[in-house]
Each structure stands twice: as C-alpha cells, then as structure tokens.
Design a protein around this ligand. Structure first.
Ligand SMILES: *Cc1c(COP(=O)(O)O)cnc(C)c1O
Length: 421
C-alpha cells in the first residue's frame, strides 16, 4: 500500500492541472468519482448562470441581443467553444436540444433508405435511449426489422473487426458510441469511419462518455455527424443542453425537425411561412433555446479551453491506469475484476469493476464519502476526473474499497439492487 501512496503523491506533485480543483465545489471530505454521470458544479459555471439571470433582470426582452452573451446567439457561441473539443469547424457544431433529440435530428436528416439498403447498424451495448430513437425512426419509415446490432463477444467490449464485418450492403447508416457507457472502452473512430465510407455508409458517433475526457478529430476523420450531452464530463449541470456536430458537406440537406430557430437568423423575424434554412449547424435547432440550461456551460467550457483537452486526456489516462493497477494489486484476493481495457488507446475516462456484491459495495462507498455509481447486476463504475480528482483521491478511494472488502462491510447494505444513478 505504502508505495502506492508515495507514487500518488509524486504524480500529484507533477500534475499540471492540479490548480483547477479549486474551481469546483467539492464537499469537504468527499471523493467525488461520478463525473461521467453528472460532473461537479464549478464557480465559473455558477457565475455564468448568474450573469444570464442578471441579463434577464437588466434587459428583459432585450437580453436576446444585449449583454455579454446575447441569448439569440448562445447556441452558436457555445458550439464555437466546443468545436476544438471535437475537432471540427465552429460552423459544424452547436449546443441545442437533448442528446436523444439530436439523434432524432441527425439520423432523420441523413438516413435515406432504399429497398435494398435500409438497415441501421448499432451495437448490443449502447445506451437504451439511442436504441429507442433508432427503432422509432425505422418504424416511421416502415422498416421495423431494420435495426442491426454488432454483438459483443465478452459482454463488455466490441472489436473493430466485428463492427466492420457487420457493414453489409444493406446498411444505410451507423450510430455507435465513442466510449461505451459501461465498460469505458474507446472505439477506433478513424478506422471504423473509413471502413463505413468505403462502403458508402453514413456514420455518426454518440460522444456522451468521451466529450471533455477524450479529444476527437471529427473533421479530420470525416465523421458525418455526432451528438453528446454536456452534463457528464463537461460539467454543464443537470439536464444541460446537448451538443451536435454535422459535417459541412451535409448542410445543404433539408433538416428533419424544423423549427423557427433553424431558420436563417437574418430572416427569422420576417415570420414568413416559408422555412429559410440556416446554412450552418444553426439549422439543427428547433425551438427557442433553453438559456438557463446552457449558460453554465459558458463558464465550464472556459475551464476546458484553459486546461487543454490533451492535458485532460493525459492526466485522465494516468488516473485510470493508477487506479486499475492499484485495485488489481491491492485487491487481488477479493474476487474483484477491472473490466475496462488496459491499453491506453482503448480506455476512456472511467473504469468498470465487477464484484458479485457490487450494489452493497457501491452503497458502502457512498456511506464513506466516495461517490461512484452502480450498474446492474454486479458492477461499480468509477471515474477519477482530471479536472478535480487527484492521484491521492484515487489512493484513498481504493484504500476505502479495501476496508469495505476486508471487513465485508457491504453486507450491511442491500446487495440486491442499487440506487438509481
Ligand atoms: C448519457 C447518455 C445519453 C443521455 O441522453 P439524454 O437525451 O441527454 O437523456 C444518451 N446516450 C448515451 C450514450 C449516454 O451516455
């Protein structure tokens, strides 16, 4: 144990991002490791929200075009702030809607089925909302049997070969996660996108579990579309407005979900009944933007742009590597398994551990002020976050986990089901 503590302290001493911890509201004594589900509040996010509220007090209706961050342009300006996180041009990125609505918008806009080519390819391990949206789209087109899923061989990960092998001639569109929400595996976006395009298949990614943790190069890799939420690693607050990327080459297509905020801004207030579609990603909006669910992002994205997403990724990989190695060594006799891939280029920003008593372990950790989340039936997901967790936090969390396992403290808790998270 002792050498891990020394190692943690030496890694903390070299940490270039340690100063950012003070930006966040962290409860004294708490080790928060659930930033992949809901990122922590920051002082800058709070200030940005207060600024938006003050603009409402100050300007009333004129807040749409006045103040430091006029509401009329907030979706676009946040798109610009997120463009470097996904590696795209600012005209291709927007903050709008929820992730699920953005899946509907992007897929309905790009999905162009024919009798011979109508299938949508997803995977067995994706988040349910993505699958519900895809199935609804297929149902609306009369292709209810059109959902094809890449199978996982081990129940946790997907292989690039299996994904590419599933790209048959009947596949029209693919939606895959960038990082799998349970195992934390990172998919090889570059190789998979190239293979899809070689077969003339439209491809998009759900970046919910990678945005703000793993850098992306969507333009360079020629990804057709992407969606992501902003309340996980981006720390935008509960239900904060989601992100969407649509490659420029698709901006001429009529968007599927039309509304007056997707109209060209210059003519929006002409109030014509003819939709004059905006020429950039702004076209993907539907109705009036949810200003108070976007404003915190102004502050939290500033932190990312100062810290640098490559530095965030570098530290995140060190944190998850340190945690996996410590768990595997210190808890070797405890029937605990780290499910997340060991290779750096296959591991996202969190790790998944398996134990038969995972629900009780999760509750016991929470009762001792370590905050992970439980995933049924027998997994704990834990995310040491680069911007607000230290290596010593990781050390302490594993030390507490060891006590819980050594003393079977999980037996004091309900081991049959976890909390909703
Ligand atoms: C978190 C998450 C969502 C959530 O979608 P919302 O529309 O924001 O509720 C969707 N897909 C994935 C892969 C997620 O991780």
């Amino acid at each position: 144990m002792k050498h891990f503590l020394e190692h943690a302290r030496s890694l903390d001493a070299q940490d270039k991002l340690s100063e950012f911890k003070a930006e966040f509201y962290i409860k004294p004594g708490q080790i928060y490791m659930d930033g992949n589900s809901l990122g922590l509040a920051s002082k800058r996010a709070e200030r940005a929200l207060q600024n938006a509220f003050n603009d409402w007090k100050e300007y009333g209706i004129d807040g749409w075009t006045n103040g430091e961050n006029p509401w009329f342009y907030m979706s676009e300006s946040l798109g610009t702030s997120m463009a470097n996180l996904v590696g795209a041009d600012h005209s291709e990125v927007l903050a709008t809607n929820s992730t699920t609505t953005n899946i509907h918008q992007a897929v309905r806009t790009l999905y162009n089925p024919t009798e011979d080519r109508y299938k949508i390819l997803a995977d067995d391990l994706n988040f349910p909302s993505d699958i519900y949206a895809l199935q609804a789209i297929l149902d609306d087109h009369g292709y209810s049997d059109g959902l094809k899923k890449v199978a996982s061989q081990d129940g946790h990960t997907l292989t690039t070969d299996d994904i590419i092998a599933a790209m048959d001639d009947d596949v029209a569109l693919i939606l895959l996660p960038s990082v799998l929400y349970r195992s934390g595996q990172v998919l090889d976006i570059k190789t998979i996108t190239k293979a899809a395009h070689d077969k003339n298949i439209i491809i998009g990614f759900d970046l919910c579990h990678s945005i703000g943790s793993v850098p992306h190069q969507l333009s360079e890799h020629e990804v057709d579309f992407a969606v992501w939420c902003t309340y996980k690693h981006l720390n935008g607050g509960p239900g904060s407005v989601a992100g969407i990327y649509m490659a420029k080459r698709h901006h001429h297509l009529p968007v599927s979900l039309k509304g007056w905020f997707g109209n060209n801004k210059a003519t929006q207030f002409d109030m014509s009944h003819e939709f004059d579609q905006a020429s950039d990603a702004s076209q993907l909006q539907v109705g009036t933007p949810h200003i108070f669910s976007m404003a915190p992002l102004i502050g939290s994205l500033e932190i990312f742009n100062e810290a640098g997403i490559d530095n965030v990724r570098e530290k995140s990989l060190k944190l998850t590597r340190f945690m996996s190695e410590m768990i595997e060594e210190v808890l070797a006799d405890h029937n605990i398994e780290v499910v997340t891939p060991k290779e750096d280029d296959a591991r996202g920003g969190h790790i998944l551990i398996h134990h038969e008593q995972a629900a009780g372990i999760n509750s016991a950790l929470k009762s001792r002020n370590v905050i992970p989340d439980f995933r049924a039936p027998s997994y704990v997901r834990i995310a040491p976050v680069a911007l607000y967790n230290s290596f010593e936090d990781v050390y302490r969390a594993v030390e507490i986990l060891k006590e819980i396992l050594d003393d079977k403290i999980y037996l004091d808790f309900d081991n049959t089901r976890g909390v909703i998270a």
